[in-house]
Ligand binder design. Structure first.
Ligand code: G3H
Ligand code: 13P
Ligand code: ZN
Length: 339
């Protein structure tokens, strides 16, 4: 059974750890995450973007995820929609069987134009109503990520629309979201920073202010790949052309986790690991043409990255802490008057 993200994040808050949310598009990525979860005894959040849904088809994604829950029954597993861009996208994910959705109303449906606060509240509240009636979790976003490399971002450096703590508090109150994505200078993709980030470009002080203002809210860090040098080096060694770049250092993410961050979004690091492994096989064994000869090392490389992040974020060892609640029980809980 897939469980709600709210339950996983509530447990993470109790235990004081963060949970990686890893993007997937195919079978091998799901296998890599589930194997890493089993090896480290971790609860997992697996997320699919609109692009992933279009690439793989919802029915394939959903049924592979159900297979994952059958093969790995000991792992609490969430299926989450990453960066939903409107009510209908979120609704179709809920109808498919996603147990959590992100309504990213910080941007207009085009995924790049910053929206108004009123638009964001309105669309997010509608999604919360529809989702909570089914026990499904909702992540909202306030403030806007920078970059546009992987879609979903307003461009720029990421510092133009950093989250305002008071606005964040108002947003949570008006929408009833379960988790809140904030903007603190990160962006999606490999090219986040042109040097190792310090407080001038990565606003951890702002994150701490938001946590102090909203100590009970589960915060989400998007654009949290660390873009490790060793993964960049493998790609470039085997014919790739990555420009020098820096991601979010793991110790900054760990500081975030000590200050209310419960969900940490990682996609790019896995893309790098997969690409490096495939390039290596192509360069060293150009005679090979069986896809398993390069997809297997690619899957193993991703599994290694995911297992490391699970350990670094602190979710390792927590898979057996709790029993999954059915979505119907979550729906009942949302229906109770707030104490
Ligand atoms: O939000 C960005 C994630 O890395 C997903 O990227 O939209 O290219 O699937 P995507
Ligand atoms: P990265 O591009 O840093 O991996 O971020 C992924 C993300 O935020 C997905 O929503
Ligand atoms: Zn994101």
């Amino acid at each position: 059974m897939l469980l709600s993200m709210r339950q996983v994040l509530d447990e993470a808050a109790k235990g004081g750890y963060g949970v990686g949310a890893f993007n997937v598009n195919n079978l091998e990525q799901i296998q890599a995450i589930m194997e890493a979860a089993r090896a480290t005894k971790s609860p997992v959040i697996i997320q699919a973007s609109r692009g992933a849904r279009a690439y793989a088809n919802d029915r394939f994604l959903y049924h592979i995820m159900i297979a994952a829950t059958e093969i790995y029954p000991e792992i609490p597993t969430v299926l989450h929609l990453d960066h939903g861009n409107g009510f209908d996208t979120c609704k179709s994910a809920i109808d498919t069987g996603f147990t959590s959705v992100m309504m990213d109303g910080s941007l207009m449906p085009d995924g790049k134009t910053p929206s108004t606060f009123e638009y964001n509240v309105d669309v997010t509240r509608k999604v919360v109503e529809a989702a909570h009636a089914k026990g499904v979790t909702v992540e909202g976003e306030i403030g806007v990520l920078g970059g546009i490399e992987d879609g979903h971002g307003a461009g720029g450096t990421g510092l133009e629309h950093v989250t305002d703590p008071e606005q964040a508090a108002k947003f949570v109150e008006l929408t009833g979201v379960d988790a809140l994505a904030i903007a603190i200078g990160t962006s999606h993709g490999a090219y986040k920073f042109s040097r190792k980030p310090d407080g001038a470009v990565l606003k951890m002080d702002r994150l701490i202010e938001i946590h102090n203002r909203l100590p009970k809210v589960h915060l989400v860090m998007h654009g949290s790949s660390s873009v490790p040098q060793d993964l960049q080096d493998i790609i470039n060694k085997y014919g790739g052309k990555l420009r020098p770049t820096w991601g979010v250092p793991v110790e900054e993410i760990q500081l975030g986790i000590r200050n209310g961050v419960r969900k940490v979004n990682v996609d790019t690091d896995n893309r790098l690991a997969i690409t490096g492994a495939i390039r290596k096989v192509f360069a060293e064994s150009p005679e090979k043409f069986d896809p398993r000869d390069y997809l297997k090392p690619a899957r193993e490389a991703m599994q290694k990255v995911v297992a490391l992040r699970m350990t670094q974020f602190g979710q390792a060892g927590h898979a057996g802490d709790y029993e999954a609640l059915p979505l119907a029980a979550m729906a009942d809980r949302y229906a109770q008057p707030v104490a």
